[in-house]
Design a protein around this ligand. Structure first.
Ligand code: UDP
Ligand code: MG
Length: 311
């Protein structure tokens, strides 16, 4: 059994040494055949230097250095492209996912599962607004889409090479890996764990990154928002038709034509608002279609110690 551990890294210099040590301890209790792949996602601190030092001392440490920040999901995807393990582990670099839990994930996988994800039973030290937005997001996406994405899971998980190949066969640019894995099916289960506080540094997910991640997830797995635009169009049309009837009544039967400025304003504003929302929804999908049509590479590598990388 060869295990690949994939670690996306963005400004994690304060965590890497401890992370590496704990990872090695955990993984070697399972097997001595393993690789740890660090993807440096355009860090501005000394993360790359530390990774290269680790790679000098430990032959199992592989790294990919991106030319700039391409985002967490792309970093994990790049790791998948280079991973050669029979089992793949994805773990954050900030020690919020305790490396020791890999043993539990692995043990569970031996019961014949293709995917075992770690489900947070408790989240320590995360601000309440992050917990609330995360909960709302998972509620929304499960309601809107056909795939069932388990609540309170991140990307911390183990899965088979078969699942890896399925993920790699999905070329979409706006990645939402946990959704894609849920979509794949097969035998999936969870192991619950306590999510720790960040060991050092601060979260790299700003609100704008979180929102675009949430939109990626929803647009990748649901066309309902688009259909919602159509529904709204219908509802507004029905209301507009009633208003037309009322206008005719006022003009020809009640002969009360001067009034009506306020109702006019209300209906113009209302219809304008609905139209803008609908255009916005269509725009969200359109921009993602554009991203895919452009066929740009997902990421660019500055340097790497993989022999088969194209640098
Ligand atoms: N990360 C990354 N690129 C980014 C942002 C984050 O590779 O643009 C990595 C980061 O180094 C960490 C993981 O993704 O290993 C999760 O990020 P973070 O801890 O900031 O997210 P949170 O735990 O707050 O959701
Ligand atoms: Mg984190």
């Amino acid at each position: 059994m060869y295990i690949s551990v994939i670690v996306p890294v963005y400004n994690e210099a304060g965590n890497l040494c401890v992370l590496h040590e704990r990872l090695v301890n955990a993984v070697t209790s399972i097997t001595n055949e393993y690789e740890i792949i660090f993807i440096n996602d355009g860090s501005k601190d000394n993360s790359l230097g530390m990774i290269k030092n680790l790679a000098k001392d430990f032959s199992q440490v592989k790294y990919i250095d991106f030319s700039k920040n391409f985002g967490h999901q792309i970093a994990v995807f790049a790791g998948l492209e280079y991973a050669s393990g029979d089992a793949i582990v994805i773990i954050d670099a900030d020690l919020q996912d305790p490396p020791e839990r890999i043993i539990d994930l692995y043990t569970k996988m031996q019961d014949g599962y293709d995917v075992v994800f770690a489900q947070r039973e408790e989240r320590v030290g995360e601000p309440w607004h992050k917990l609330i937005t995360a909960k709302l997001f998972y509620k929304a996406i499960n309601r809107l889409s056909d795939v069932n994405i388990p609540l309170d899971t991140g990307d911390f998980r183990i899965f088979s090479a078969k699942i890896k190949d399925i993920i790699l066969s999905m070329p979409e640019h706006n990645k939402f890996l946990r959704g894609q894995i849920a979509w794949a099916g097969f035998n999936q289960t969870s192991v619950s764990y306590k999510r720790e506080e960040r060991y050092s540094g601060k979260t790299n997910y700003s609100y704008s990154k979180m929102f675009s991640f949430a939109f990626d997830g929803i647009t990748a797995f649901s066309n309902l928002p688009l259909r919602l635009a159509t529904y709204m169009g219908f509802i507004v049309s029905v209301i507009a038709f009633l208003v037309i009837l009322y206008t005719l009544y006022v003009k020809y039967i009640a002969h009360d034509v001067v009034q009506g400025w306020s109702s006019l304003m209300v209906s113009i504003l209302f219809i304008g608002g609905v139209q803008l929302i609908c255009l916005g929804i269509i725009g969200e999908y359109l921009s993602r279609i554009l991203d895919n049509v452009k066929q740009r590479p997902l990421y660019l590598i500055r340097e790497s110690n993989f022999v088969n990388s194209n640098v």
